[in-house]
Design a protein around this ligand. Structure first.
Ligand SMILES: C[S@@+](CC[C@H](N)C(=O)[O-])C[C@H]1O[C@@H](n2cnc3c(N)ncnc32)[C@H](O)[C@@H]1O
Length: 295
């Protein structure tokens, strides 16, 4: 962000500040990122005020921050909380704080903007991201939206070489025990937070069998975390048209080449030009999101 503020680039600065907030950056970090644009404090504060309207404060925010700490197993100092491959031993999500913050911000934005529809994650592992989504609905007293929790609950599928040759080479991950978490375990994780109720709906099975006919009417958040080309593409082709105007697609695996290719292929086949915003870049790992404002 460089230069003097003109009418022309004010819109860009506004969009950039909004994206920083949506990805979970603090006000201080955001302020630093736009410093060189020449924006003054009054204008910055005004924009932050507009884009953060209705973000939770007080006990609501304290509850959600504590939920995130529990999901990430940050409450107790354990000598060892990751296995030799770096997978969390106890945490209920492997996505990390930045990505949970992003879910939090996007969910609150959807509520404040009044974008209609349920929330879904396709690829949930131990369920942590969906637990946070349910906690957000609860904390705002929202009773007319549900969280859809879609997974095989037995890990990744065998690559389908005929339909999705992009996944060939990932056979070794087929139903890998590290990624296979049973439905019973995920349900019991929700129960631990007192968040298992009829606003949580499970969709069990391979995405190619379940998502095309899933009984979902409308979505406002579509979070993709299925690692593979097939898992990403099937979720998009089955669910993107159910995403409301103004809804969000969050892609956890944009840094994985199979997922990345599926996103680019889908966007190009549908002529989607909505800006892709970075959430987190961590060596080869990269998460992004976009808001559906084109078509
Ligand atoms: C990386 S993990 C998800 C991590 C999770 N979002 C979190 O918060 O920790 C990937 C998950 O996607 C599921 N998965 C991937 N492809 C799938 C498919 N085609 N059908 C059903 N489940 C799939 C796996 O079972 C696994 O639970």
């Amino acid at each position: 962000m460089r230069g003097i503020i003109t009418d022309k680039n004010l819109r860009r600065i506004y969009d950039y500040i909004r994206a920083c907030v949506w990805r979970g950056d603090s006000i201080e970090v955001t302020r630093k990122l736009v410093e060189s644009s020449g924006i003054n404090d009054a204008l910055f504060n005004k924009i932050i005020g507009i884009v953060s309207t209705n973000f939770s404060t007080g006990s609501n925010s304290l509850y959600l921050e504590l939920i995130k700490k529990c999901i990430l197993d940050e409450i107790y100092d354990r000598p060892e909380n990751r296995d030799s491959r770096g997978y969390p031993l106890f945490a209920h999500s492997m996505v990390g704080k930045k990505r949970l913050d992003n879910i939090h911000r996007i969910a609150e934005s959807v509520l404040s903007l009044g974008v209609q529809g349920d929330w879904i994650e396709t690829g949930v592992w131990r369920g942590g991201s969906c637990i946070l989504m349910r906690a957000i609905l609860k904390s705002f007293g929202i009773t007319d939206r549900v969280v859809w929790v879609a997974d095989s609950f037995q890990g990744l599928p065998l690559p389908n070489a005929d339909l999705y040759p992009q996944d060939v080479g990932r056979e070794h991950l087929y139903r890998h025990p590290l990624l296979a978490v049973s439905l019973e375990e995920v349900r019991s994780n929700f129960e631990k937070y007192d968040l298992l109720d009829d606003q949580v709906r499970f969709i069990k099975g391979w995405f190619s069998d379940t998502l095309p006919s899933a009984p979902i009417e409308k979505l406002s958040i579509l979070r993709l975390d299925g690692d593979m080309y097939e898992s990403t593409m099937v979720a998009l082709t089955s669910l993107y048209d159910k995403l409301s105007y103004g809804g969000f697609v969050i892609v956890d695996d944009y840094g994985l080449k199979e997922c990345n290719k599926a996103i680019l292929d889908f966007r190009s086949s549908r002529n989607i030009n909505d800006e892709i915003y970075l959430i987190e870049l961590d060596r080869n790992d990269c998460a992004v999101f976009w808001q559906k404002i084109g078509h």
